[in-house]
Design a protein around this ligand. Sequence first.
Ligand code: SF4
Ligand code: SF4
Length: 70
Amino acid sequence: MKEKLIVNSDRCKSCGLCILACQKDALSIGKEANPAGYMYITVDHEKCVCCGMCYTACPDYVFTIEEVGA
Ligand code: SF4
Ligand code: SF4
């Protein structure tokens, strides 16, 4: 089963902890703000290996990992 990292951008507070946690350089602060005014995280799905380190590091429950496809 394939997995995909989902970013619940409205929860992000732009703290950057997930960027430090990611070993694949897959995360960056995006150019758009969420409703709370924080520039939220974006994920490069070409680099992401769904290891879950960002999920563990984020204090605001921004990430979920979902199974996709068959
Ligand atoms: S799941 Fe792993 S590889 Fe993907 S963005 Fe998070 S820390 Fe990086
Ligand atoms: S750790 Fe969570 S709140 Fe902080 S920048 Fe990353 S996604 Fe946003």
